[in-house]
Design a protein around this ligand. Structure first.
Ligand code: HEC
Length: 112
């Protein structure tokens, strides 16, 4: 148990030292995020609640930092997809770092 804890702490330290793929410290612009969220709404819906098809995760109200990291990891093909259909790889392929921050600002500001 203790050994696993030490390993987890070491892994976290390594992760933090490497830093996220896209820096989250410059807060994105939620208005611009909304403007470019149309393609996301096809699956996650306009309010980000993804109620239609329940294998699509709810992203409304999620933490800003988590969204930045998750979207950037999909774009960079670092995050494997459960459904293996490349839906998120395709959806995020052309996003810039600023697009990612703006989308994260938009969705994190919506009610859960
Ligand atoms: C074709 C459908 C589709 C489109 C379009 C789409 N997504 Fe997704 N999204 C998914 C699916 C399916 C998943 C779950 C991926 C998996 O299998 O792990 C997901 C996962 C996510 C996650 C991870 C949520 C979590 O809790 O870890 C985020 C964040 C996200 N999408 C944001 C976006 C954004 C932003 C856009 C627009 C740029 C977008 N998605 C466009 C289908 C889509």
């Amino acid at each position: 148990m203790i050994r696993a804890g030490v390993l987890a702490a070491a892994a976290l330290a390594a992760l933090l030292a490497a830093g996220p793929a896209v820096a989250a410290e410059n807060r994105g612009d939620p208005k611009r995020g909304f403007a470019i969220s149309e393609s996301c709404a096809a699956c996650h819906e306009g309010d980000g609640r993804s109620t239609g098809y329940r294998l699509y995760p709810r992203i409304a109200g999620q933490h800003y930092e988590y969204l930045v990291t998750a979207i950037a990891e999909f774009r960079n093909k670092e995050r494997r997809q459960t459904m293996a259909l490349h839906m998120m790889w395709d959806a995020t392929a052309k996003l810039t770092d600023q697009d990612i921050r703006d989308l994260a600002a938009f969705y994190s500001g919506l009610p859960w």
